[in-house]
Design a binder for this molecule. Structure first.
Ligand code: FES
Ligand SMILES: [Fe+2]
Length: 344
């Protein structure tokens, strides 16, 4: 399995975890997320140690989760703390694995790696989420492919003209200047287009929209699969702070070998109080991923019949550099993690 285990993965938007337990699959593991004592988010392996009923089918009550099959209760640390049968003996074998959970950027993050490893791995640093000048909408969807194929799609913005015509003007690809750089284990792709007709999306965000402007789209990838895209349109040679900006965060979670949960959030620095713009941005972003990107990536996968892209000897075009670099970095990190597991 090509998953990096020693990492924090987003599990859910915090606001989406209410009183009911939430069932998740992450890195081929079944996980139940629920509110423990004081409402603190907790994550356990989603299989009761008695007969392996999914705990997510039970209820959370008083900070515990109650198995829906025979009623054993577990606390947020995975200890069995109540047995409703006979004399109520709880035995040490009745224990489920607990995963560390943290809350940041309005999301719940789960540490999927070795026990105790979370201490030396800080939560992901996504400073755009903390920008007080941005108003956000967010969503999520499930994609039926390996997460690296989704990363490939996101690191290549040249597909926009063809797959999302509403977001680009005709002939855009020919006018785009592309550059890629690597900063340690991060990859950055920058696309600039001078004197570009302002797209329908930016007309929404820009009062007194000019007909043409310079556009910069700047996307940064961090392993295993976090991407921050900042797009701005302005009159200057490079993006200025007060130009209309649209930031889209893409956070990918491998559910299994051919399944990815895809969280996205779109922030803007203009038309910030407009609920109409929020609704349109939400629907437009969700629809683009769900009805344009996802079917194409799934169709690509159907022709590849496997996830080993390089084994298929794809034709490499210059703008593929970012995706290729990200794949190499991830492969190196995966190799290192496997070697550590083998030696440790
Ligand atoms: S399967 Fe959970 S209590 Fe029996
Ligand atoms: Fe796309």
């Amino acid at each position: 399995m090509t998953f990096l285990r020693n990492a924090w993965y987003p599990a859910a938007w915090s606001a989406d975890l209410g009183d009911a337990p939430m069932e998740l699959t992450m890195l081929d593991q079944f996980i139940v997320l629920f509110r423990g004592e004081g409402g603190q988010p907790k994550a356990l392996h989603d299989a009761c140690p008695h007969r392996f009923a999914p705990l997510s089918r039970g209820k959370s009550r008083n900070g515990r989760i109650v198995c829906g099959y025979h009623g054993l209760e577990f606390d947020g640390a995975g200890r069995c703390v109540h047995n409703p049968h006979g004399h109520g003996a709880t035995v040490s074998a009745l224990r489920v694995r607990a995963f560390p959970v943290a809350e940041r950027y309005g999301m719940l993050w789960i540490w999927m790696g070795a026990e105790g490893g979370e201490e030396s791995h800080p939560l992901p640093d996504l400073p755009l989420f903390d920008d007080p000048g941005l108003t956000w909408v967010h969503g999520q969807l499930d994609v039926r492919v390996h997460y690296e194929l989704v990363t490939d799609n996101l690191l290549d913005l040249t597909h926009v003209e063809f797959l999302h015509p509403f977001l680009a003007s005709p002939g855009n690809a020919a006018r785009t200047h592309y550059r890629c750089e690597q900063m340690g284990d991060e990859v950055r792709s920058v696309y600039t287009i001078r004197d570009e007709p302002v797209t329908g999306l930016f007309q929404l965000l820009w009062p007194d929209t000019p007909e043409r402007a310079n556009m910069v789209a700047d996307i940064v990838w961090q392993a295993p699969a976090r991407l921050s895209l900042k797009t701005s349109m302005g009159r200057g040679e490079s993006a200025a702070g007060n130009d209309p900006q649209l930031v889209v965060m893409h956070l990918l979670v491998p559910q299994g070998e051919n399944a990815t949960r895809y969280f996205w959030a779109a922030g803007r620095n203009s038309a910030k109080d407009s609920e109409q713009v929020s609704a349109m941005l939400h629907q437009g972003t969700q629809n683009a991923f769900e009805f344009e990107d996802e079917p194409m990536i799934a169709a690509v996968r159907s022709r590849m019949r496997s996830n080993d892209l390089m084994a298929h000897k794809p034709a490499i075009l210059p703008f593929d550099e970012g995706a290729i670099r990200a794949r190499r970095i991830l492969a190196r990190m995966l190799g290192r993690e496997l070697a550590e597991q083998a030696s440790g």
